[in-house]
Design a binder for this molecule. Structure first.
Ligand code: NCD
Ligand code: ZN
Length: 341
């Protein structure tokens, strides 16, 4: 049995770091483990300009401990009237690593998102030419579609035509949750990849209702049936270079989760790598954790891998019931792995 594992330092290819006091509270957790992170732009107001992205990047750097080896990679929030010139320039100048497409109304702070992909065709063509990745929240918002089917229907209605119309556009389907998404990504060419969260590897939708309503297991896309969880596990641990780590760590204050209309999002940053390690261990795939966590994402984004390493050792801590104002993923559970410092 492997009790100690040293891998290249990982990156988080999808995280919500928020702003103000919450940013200060959560960013150190991400910076402790990850060398780089793709930072989601769904602030209020959303990050849509180079100036906003640069200012946010500075606030993030100021929020992590001095001397931390952590680089935030910024994204641009797409709206119906996204400014193609600004975005392509922002990419060329190294301000925007990628653009994030939220279908309007799909999730937290997506009200300004894109109402129809046809509205941003010019921008997508320019991103395709520039080699700028498009990150998609892959759910339709049609209220007639069952919430558990919204990812699969997005593949049919939105993603398939988009990939056909922009064959060289690099696309990341974020936080995949279904067998349909895992199969679709695996079956496509190397312009399409996917991130996978720890909660979608550990939990099926039963976790939402275990002995009562469980708001801290609620995130979007919502947890799915067990067969989908198993398919997503096979995708993560199967060795394909087009699946990689993206925590979707999305903190909300406890009162906003435990509410008559609770916010979507799981705060997994404090024990994220430990959580993924448990899954790879259970699947007998610890030898593939490094590729998933530290190699595949960088390769897709055309960035160098990290030279520093981290070491995981068996025998972890009990996750606290609360971290600041937030209930973390795995609260009250003992982790099988811990990060040696
Ligand atoms: C995210 C958030 O709270 O910003 N919530 C979530 O459940 N994942 C938004 C998102 O990524 O959908
Ligand atoms: Zn997210």
């Amino acid at each position: 049995m492997t009790d100690r594992l040293t891998i290249r330092r990982p990156d988080d290819w999808h995280v919500h770091l928020r702003d103000d006091a919450m940013l200060k509270a959560v960013a150190p957790h991400t910076a402790r483990t990850f060398a780089r992170a793709i930072v989601m732009p769904n602030l209020t107001p959303p990050v849509t300009t180079m100036a906003a992205a640069k200012a946010y990047r500075t606030r993030i750097v100021d929020a992590v401990p001095a001397g931390a080896d952590f680089t935030p990679l910024m994204t641009c929030y797409l709206t119906d009237d996204a400014d193609t010139g600004e975005i392509v320039r922002g990419h060329a100048e190294g301000v925007f690593t990628a653009c994030k497409l939220y279908p309007a109304g799909a999730t937290t702070n997506s009200a300004h998102g894109v109402t129809d992909v046809r509205n941003i065709r010019g921008l997508l063509a320019a991103m395709e030419r520039a080699g700028m990745p498009l990150l998609v929240h892959g759910e339709v918002t049609d209220p007639a579609v069952d919430i558990f089917d919204r990812e699969a229907v997005f593949i049919e209605r939105v993603l398939t035509p988009l990939l056909r119309d922009f064959p060289a556009l690099r696309v990341v389907m974020e936080h995949i949750t279904t067998a349909e998404a895992a199969e679709f990504v695996a079956g496509h060419g190397d312009t399409l990849a996917a991130t996978i969260t720890p909660q979608h590897l550990h939990l099926s939708r039963n976790a939402l209702f275990e002995g009562g309503l469980r708001p801290h297991a609620y995130c979007l896309p919502v947890l799915k049936r067990e067969r989908h969880r198993l398919a997503v596990r096979r995708a993560a641990t199967g060795g394909s270079p087009r699946f990689f780590l993206g925590t979707d760590s999305a903190p909300h204050e406890i009162g906003r989760k435990q509410s008559g209309c609770g916010c979507a999002g799981v705060f997994n940053a404090p024990f994220a790598l430990e959580s993924y390690a448990a899954v790879f261990d259970e699947e007998g795939a610890l030898d593939r954790l490094e590729a998933f966590a530290s190699v595949n994402g960088a390769a897709f984004y055309g960035l160098p891998v990290n030279e520093a390493t981290v070491t995981l050792v068996r025998g972890g801590a009990v996750v606290p019931a609360r971290i600041g104002e937030v209930v973390p993923f795995h609260a009250g559970e003992r982790m099988e792995w811990r990060l040696a410092v």
